[in-house]
Design a protein around this ligand. Structure first.
Ligand SMILES: *Cc1c(COP(=O)(O)O)cnc(C)c1O
Length: 388
């Protein structure tokens, strides 16, 4: 006879915990880095910091090119890519498998850039052969805009294969790696990814407000020449100022300290270890949730976030609400047509197996409380962590 754990009626938490796919929990070290008095940005003190953070960003991107920092959320870097890479008359190809893939199309549309799309149902990865076909059929496509980890569906796309296809056809590829940098391997130069964008509030464990555009060495010249109208997002100005350790406009000084501290933490852990830890976190979360009767939504699951559909009879929205109200845990629900039908657990950045025990233990309590008897999430997670 299986024993159903008792249902909790009083709050189990005394502090809020974030398990959202951005923003993420910010480690104390990074909070301390944020709390120092920001120096003026046109000083040697800050120039040295700026240069070091730029170099460490190259390290995390595994590129000999340049990583430009912008004062924006991730979408700002996405827009910067469109206006700096597209010339009037050129066509784009947007790869759409969820909310963030769609955003590339929305940006192109706003700027009047003609674009084609390859769309797949949510939860599926873009079939690389279709990209190949589309590029061969339409020589006017100059740039492909894709997503490495699609956060709305927790789906990982095959960055290496996509980049090989664009490179062989002499087109550019821009990848949104906002929830994959510092989670999944994405060696930019080795895989031939021309441009990669990120934001500070996801894998970089910092508050929102710094976005980056990483240009591979051979892609540096791609932003030159007649492009769409650009002013604040003009990356030529950012490039020009970079060697001096300066940005074109006032940078997000405090946040750059935070990102710098995050990169130091990643260097101490080692990039391969950071990737391995996330692979294990993803495996543990999926196994634990499955043990409770939840279904993995993605056919190609990412390790930054896990998207789950509830067992029959359990309401995903009610689980999101109960996690927050009883357990102090904030997770994300579904977006657009998946609203109320999905629960997304973010586990990118500083999370460890103990954190996963916390969220799964709470999910187990909620699933029971919402009518589905279940047990065994922690044990399933531990086994999956060991095996991954
Ligand atoms: C968070 C996120 C973004 C950017 O969103 P902002 O709110 O502008 O930071 C873009 N793409 C993906 C995949 C994301 O997860």
């Amino acid at each position: 006879m299986s024993v159903t754990p008792p249902v909790t009626t009083v709050k189990t938490s005394t502090r809020p915990r974030l398990f959202t796919p951005g923003p993420v929990e910010i480690p104390n070290r990074i909070l301390r880095a944020l709390s120092q008095i920001p120096p003026h940005h046109r000083t040697d003190v800050f120039r040295e910091v700026y240069k070091r953070v730029s170099a460490d960003l190259q390290w995390v991107h595994q590129t000999e090119g340049e990583v430009l920092m912008l004062a924006a959320s991730g979408s700002g870097a996405m827009e910067a890519c469109v206006v700096n890479l597209m010339s009037p008359g050129q066509k784009a190809l947007c790869l759409v498998g969820g909310k963030f893939g769609e955003r590339w199309g929305s940006i192109c549309k706003a700027y009047g850039v003609p674009y084609e799309t390859i769309e797949v149902p949510w939860g599926h990865a873009i079939p690389v052969a279709e990209v190949e076909k589309k590029l061969d059929a339409d020589p006017s496509i100059a740039v492909v805009f894709g997503t490495h980890s699609e956060t709305s569906t927790a789906t990982l796309h095959d960055a290496k294969a996509l980049a090989a296809v664009t490179k062989a056809r002499k087109r550019l590829i821009v990848l949104d790696a906002i929830t994959s940098l510092g989670v999944h391997p994405l060696p930019q130069d080795e895989w031939g990814v021309d441009v990669v964008v990120t934001g500070s509030q996801k894998g970089l464990m910092s508050p929102p407000g710094v976005a980056t555009v990483s240009l591979a060495p051979w892609a540096l010249s791609a932003i030159e020449g007649d492009k769409l109208p650009r002013f604040y997002w003009d990356l030529r100005k950012a490039r020009k100022n970079l060697p001096a350790g300066e940005s074109a406009y006032t940078p997000a000084v405090s946040l750059i300290y935070a990102v710098g501290e995050a990169l130091l933490m990643m260097k101490e852990e080692g990039l391969a270890n950071v990737h391995t830890r996330h692979r294990k976190l993803g495996a543990a979360t999926r196994a634990g949730a499955q043990a409770l009767g939840w279904t993995i939504f993605s056919k190609s699951p990412a390790d930054s976030v896990t998207a789950l559909e509830p067992p029959a009879g359990v309401d995903a929205g009610a689980a999101v609400k109960r996690l927050r109200e009883i357990h102090g845990i904030t997770v994300a629900g579904g977006q657009d047509h998946m609203k109320g039908k999905m629960l997304r657990i973010g586990h990118m950045g500083s999370y460890d197996l103990s954190d996963i025990y916390v969220v799964l233990g709470a999910l187990e309590e909620c699933t029971n409380a919402l009518g589905r008897p279940c047990t065994g999430a922690i044990e399933a997670a531990r086994r999956a962590w060991e095996a991954a």
